[in-house]
Design a protein around this ligand. Structure first.
Ligand code: HEC
Length: 154
C-alpha cells in the first residue's frame, strides 16, 4: 500500500519535472511520445555519425570507440519505418506526408541506409581506413537521400 502510493507520486513528479502535459487524451500523448522518441533516435543517429566523422575524417584519437558508434548505427537503422506508425503524422514533426503516402519508397531508403551502416561496420571491423572513409560518406549520402524526399527542410 505504501509502496503503491509512492510509485504514483514518483510517476506524477516525473511527468511534472519533464514539463509534459499531465492532462490530454491518451491518443494525443501517444502520438507526441512517438514523435519525441523517433526524433531522439534520429538525433542519436546524428550524434554517432558526427563522432564517427570526427574519428574517420578528422582523425580524432578515439578509434577504440569506432566499433561502438558503427554498431549503434547498424542497430538504430534496422527498422526506421517502425518509428513512423500511421498515427504519428501530425503535430511537432518534420516528417512529410510522403512518408505515409509512399511507404515502399520510404522503406527502400531506410534499407539503403541500414545496408550502408552494415558496410561501414564491416570496414571498421577489418580496420581498413580507406574503406571506412568511403563507406562513411556513402552512409551520409543515404541519410540525405531520404531526408530530401521525406523530411521538411528548415
Ligand atoms: C528512411 C528515411 C530516413 C533515413 C534513412 C534517415 N532519416 Fe533522419 N529523419 C527522417 C525523417 C522523416 C525525419 C523527421 C522526423 C520527425 O520530425 O518526426 C528525420 C529526422 C532526422 C534528424 C532530426 C531529429 C530532430 O531532432 O528532429 C536527424 C538529426 C536525422 N534525421 C539524422 C539522420 C542521419 C544521420 C541518418 C543517416 C545515418 C538519417 N537521419 C537517416 C528520415 C530518415
Amino acid at each position: 500500500m505504501m509502496q503503491m502510493s509512492r510509485n504514483v507520486f514518483v510517476g506524477t513528479a516525473a511527468v511534472l519535472a519533464l514539463g509534459l502535459p499531465a492532462t490530454g487524451s491518451a491518443f494525443d500523448l501517444g502520438a507526441e511520445a512517438t514523435i519525441d522518441y523517433r526524433q531522439g533516435v534520429m538525433r542519436a543517429i546524428g550524434g554517432n555519425m558526427a563522432s564517427t566523422a570526427a574519428i574517420v575524417v578528422d582523425g580524432a584519437d578515439y578509434r577504440d570507440n569506432l566499433e561502438m558508434h558503427a554498431r549503434y548505427l547498424v542497430d538504430a537503422t534496422r527498422d526506421i519505418p517502425a518509428l513512423f506508425p500511421e498515427d504519428s503524422d501530425f503535430g511537432e514533426t518534420d516528417a512529410l506526408a510522403a512518408v505515409w503516402e509512399e511507404p515502399e519508397k520510404f522503406a527502400e531508403r531506410a534499407r539503403d541506409t541500414h545496408e550502408a551502416a552494415v558496410a561501414l561496420h564491416a570496414a571498421v571491423e577489418v580496420g581498413d581506413d580507406a574503406e571506412m572513409g568511403q563507406r562513411f560518406r556513402a552512409l551520409g549520402q543515404s541519410c540525405r537521400s531520404c531526408h530530401d524526399d521525406f523530411r521538411q527542410s528548415d
